[in-house]
Design a protein around this ligand. Structure first.
Ligand code: FAD
Length: 405
């Protein structure tokens, strides 16, 4: 008997740890294609980029943890094939490993822009430690920086760059920042805050071409016909789920590996968790693929328990997320997507406010900017399933914490 985990990121490592905590006694093999000890990604666009978090502080577990827990960690090894009938995986070097349970925790990779010049030197994505090291090195000498994409990662890099006294241009093809993930008041607040710090935000402008000299980027031409000088370009326009291994093995995938409510793929002995998995959300009543530490960790716990105990339950954890943009802490409980009404709590002008986000008269999410108490109350409220009517939330002096107590 053995469990093989493909991907030694946030989800894979947490799954291995959960299996042992739950008393699983069989062989566990955790396979990751990156050379470093497994690490957390959030600091890559925050403290690590600013030089205030040395590499070893990023490690998810001490190296002794894997040894002491009898978790066989294979670093720098890539799984290239899943043999489902034979219940084996093949590594790039040709080695085969047997499994009774297989867990795919393969994460995601940066979505390519698909425009000319993307392969020039100085045009960098940010997904892994190697990317972050390269970005840090380039940042030290960069004079003109262009960030392509106004999502969380792009804005965190802009914040880090501004805090070092640099001035970046940030291009966002949509009409507002973080448009797929947050409500309009939050987009507007962050646009103003970043502009005040010196980042020049260009909405409705995508990258059309990267221009270069001697193999290195010198400028970005945008879809609105302008040209911005750049000796460093950071690209952050979303990710693609690493679902190919699953697809080659005949498992269903559609913008992520498809799993059922218990996070099992179309083969019940193969599970998929974290950034690579698309699952039916109990809170959103739709299939979603989420990219957050909470999602990776909670899905790992769920799957670890299922494998260790055999008990099949539906995954129902409330999604939550944070983004830290140098003194601007955004926390989201629930999923704001598809909302039709937003109620403000507090004044955006004060730098501290929350939004109550409704869909069809139901509270579906709460976004909080520098109001951590609201975030914690929102998590309790949304997880409890207790109703909050929009008119009650609109009453003068409404207090989320008091309502939840
Ligand atoms: P990953 O962490 O991506 O791990 C997957 C691993 O599998 C990778 O190491 C990959 O190389 C490996 N792999 C893939 N295919 C194979 C194969 N065939 N064989 C072997 N190994 C393979 N989330 C938040 O909640 N808050 C934040 O502030 C935040 N900030 C972020 C900042 C950055 C710069 C990034 C990139 C992400 C951030 N996230 C944040 C998202 C969060 O880090 C991810 O949601 C989380 O890492 C997902 O974990 P995972 O294990 O599913 O995937």
């Amino acid at each position: 008997m053995s469990t093989v985990i493909v991907g030694a990121g946030q989800a894979g490592v947490h799954l291995a740890a959960t299996l042992r905590q739950e008393g699983y006694q069989e062989r566990i093999v955790l396979i990751g294609d990156e050379p470093e000890p497994p690490y957390q990604r959030p600091p890559l666009s925050k403290a690590f980029l600013l030089g205030s978090a040395p590499e070893h502080t990023l490690h998810l577990r001490a190296e002794s943890f894997y040894r002491d827990s009898a978790i066989e960690l294979l670093r720098g090894e890539r799984v290239t094939w899943i043999d489902r009938p034979g219940r084996r995986v093949r590594l790039a070097g040709g080695t085969h490993l047997a499994w009774d349970r297989l867990v795919l925790a393969t994460g995601a990779r940066p979505r390519p822009l698909g425009v000319p010049g993307e392969d020039l030197g100085g045009v960098l994505p940010l997904r892994n430690l190697a990317d972050a090291r390269a970005l840090r090195e380039h940042m030290a000498s960069a004079r003109s920086v262009v960030i392509v994409g106004g999502g969380f990662v792009g804005l965190e890099v802009a914040a880090a760059f501004a805090s070092e006294g640099g001035e970046a241009v940030l291009l966002e093809a949509g009409d507002r920042l973080m448009g797929r993930a947050v409500t309009e008041p939050v987009s507007r607040f962050f646009a103003r805050a970043h502009a005040d710090r010196g980042t020049r935000i260009r909405l409705g402008a995508g990258a059309a071409e990267f221009l270069g000299r001697r193999g290195h980027v010198t400028a970005v031409r945008t879809t609105d016909g302008r040209t911005h000088p750049a000796d460093l370009v950071v690209t952050g326009v979303g990710v693609l789920a690493n679902s190919e291994l699953a697809e080659w093995a005949g498992l269903a995938a559609d913008g992520g590996i498809l799993v059922d409510a218990a996070l099992r793929t179309t083969d019940p002995r193969v599970h998929a968790i974290g950034d690579c998995a698309r699952f039916p959300s109990a809170h959103h009543r739709a299939r979603v693929r989420l990219e957050s530490v909470q999602n990776a960790v909670d899905q790992a716990v769920h799957t670890g328990r299922l494998i260790a105990t055999g008990e099949v339950r539906s995954y129902r954890e409330l999604p939550w997320f944070w983004s830290d943009q140098k003194g601007l802490k955004l926390q989201i409980a629930g999923l704001p997507t598809g909302h039709d009404h937003v109620q403000l709590l507090g004044e955006p002008g004060s730098g501290r406010f929350s939004t109550l986000v409704f869909r069809g008269g139901r509270l579906v999410a709460v976004e909080s900017v520098n109001r951590p108490a609201d975030h914690m109350a929102a998590r309790r409220l949304l997880a409890s399933g207790r109703e909050l009517a929009p008119d009650r939330a609109a009453a003068p002096g409404f207090d989320l914490k008091a309502f939840t107590a």
